[in-house]
Design a protein around this ligand. Sequence first.
Ligand code: ADP
Ligand code: MG
Length: 585
Amino acid sequence: MNKGKITKVSGPLIEAEGLSDANIYDVVEVSKDKLIGEIIEMRGDVASIQVYEETTGIGPGDEVVTTGHPLSVELGPGMLERMYDGIQRPLEKLEDLAGEFLERGVTSPALNREKLWEFKPLMEEGDEVVGGDILGEVEETTVITHKIMVPVGISGKIKEIKAGEFTVDQTIAIIAGEDGDKEVSMLQRWPVRQARPSKRKIDPVEPLVTGQRVIDTFFPVAKGGTAAIPGPFGSGKTVIQHQIAKYADADIVIYVGCGERGNEMTDVLNEFPELVDPKTGESIMKRTVLIANTSNMPVAAREASIYTGVTLAEYFRDMGYNVAMMADSTSRWAEALREMSGRLEEMPGDEGYPAYLASRIADFYERAGIVEVLGNREDIGSLSLIGAVSPPGGDLSEPVTQATLRIVKVFWGLDYDLSYQRHFPAINWLSSYSLYQTKMDEYIDESVDEQFSQKRKRSMSLLQQEQGLQEVVRLVGRDALSDDDKLKLNVTRSLREDFLQQNAFHDIDAYCSLEKQEKMLSIILYNYDKSLKALNEGVELEKIEKLPVKERITRLKLISEEELSKMEEIKEEIDKQIDELIREA
Ligand code: ADP
Ligand code: MG
């Protein structure tokens, strides 16, 4: 331990001298209030410290004590269903989100020290273990089994292993290693700025199914993949993040509300517990951890919140789970970085952001992946990272968006015009992309329908042709188009309105399985082919356009998952109605 004295306070940044033994990234306790801070620069014995709490009332002469540890999180049973701030302090009440009522200083620990957990050992005395091996299990919630792993860096022979009820910090096993006996509890710590290790990364093979049609069918993200959602204010970034948190087929969801308005986290807290996971029939909160650093909370903790979130996520990945983490918004995080850099008087780069902005963003997204986890076991775990980006004025050329797009593999570009027209999700289908598409095509063709990716490609090609046709209509009017082209505009409109648009607030439409997505696309294309055939047989376009079955196609999205067989009836109806027109012609 090393003690110093404050020489200067500048908002969340303070300077202290007399800290010759301290190291960069050490956590310090500031003043008698024990505010938590982190050394971000050392010059001789002078440390620059970012303080994760309001610094009002702190001044020169106040004491600073180093802890000798880097900023770390507590990992163990009791994280699920909880909400934390950016440095993993528990937020117990909704009012905590308003920031001003938060108690400063070291408060209650991240993991409850009194609660007893039933530990079921899976190993025996005499077993040889290495870091990552599973010592035993705890039923943390009704849907998630928490695997108690040997901490990274510990290995040896199990000398003793217990069974029964324990608090997180009681010893559950003793491991005899080369450097003596190590007592192991259910609680581990990990420094947040350091990625947790795995054996190796493997190539993504499966989509993270989000239940959102435009995403899963056209711009899929892989389990273990990375995606960015840039878009101007009000274009639907938060709604998409919420939809994914609610409906994606991840075992564990870490949701980081970073620098956005407090009422959005309040919405999460009100909505999520009510939502039932179709897989388990239980509240989705039972597999969720929330991290909230709202716009009212201290700016430095916002910078930490992303790392806190991703470290929790990696820990669940290491158990062998599929984890998805959402960060809303990474731009607010970057702004926190910029503010601290400015106070440090570092040389500013593009638009005042520090020169290391791009490498920080890359380091964050590189923590995503699908991996072979540590230990003598074959398990695979994945961590998918999905970040919202809020470029000022929607201008994608700004530094945060640019640095993000260089590293992520999926781009869901939100479009102001689409959201203005109430086309939601406002993901622009012409500018968005997914670099996982080829791989995911194999998956959907194998597991859903062998023609799925074919249909997807054909639909996209039609949508791309639409732009040109619409240009013609604008210049010379619809009458100048051939009937074939008019029909093409009908199908693209159907693709947009009946397929791409999806109402997040409708009971049935909010989630759409891959099976339903495929069936919907099939029917829209089937109707198009059949209509083309009718046209070729001499049926008038007006008659095709007036067919009553059109009405049923517009309501395809409202067919529930349990009644997908109804979709076949619609094909029969298309046949019946169009065949009749052909007979009449
Ligand atoms: P952002 O986070 O980009 O500022 P929001 O996610 O808060 O934008 O979305 C703004 C509004 O747009 C929402 O309150 C909602 O009314 C509407 N909206 C966005 N996405 C959808 C959707 N999928 N379905 C219906 N409405 C949506
Ligand atoms: Mg938002």
